[in-house]
Design a protein around this ligand. Sequence first.
Ligand SMILES: [Zn+2]
Length: 142
Amino acid sequence: MSPVVRPDVHTLFHIDLTWFEKNGRDLREEMHGILCEQDRARYVTPADAGIVDRIHPVTAEVARVDALWEAIADHCGLQSGFIAPTTPLTTAVFRALLANGNQPMSPEQLHKRIGKSNPTAILKLLLGGEIENGIVLFEKKG
Ligand SMILES: [Zn+2]
């Protein structure tokens, strides 16, 4: 048995993509819905967004990714108002992870990114009874 780790504000969370399928929700549809106007004009429907080369902003590595992820991580997610003070906390956390290309983030990192609430409250929210937007503990494989 693996040791039980008590999650804290440094514990990593990510979006479980299979959760959307299991719950009859279409993640690409939802991602398309939060594109900025410019990208929504470029990708009129989710099907219009194919696979593109994305150059990692830090490592300069090139990866083939879904254009919706690329747009949100490199453009829409950087626009002011993507996460606004009035954005509900659950939505803000979800958007922060999308804008991070679904790289796992801790409540502390999420707090810094969304600029509201506090790490402890975000942790509580993520561990709360119901899974919101498929956000679950990130378990390292292997
Ligand atoms: Zn955009």
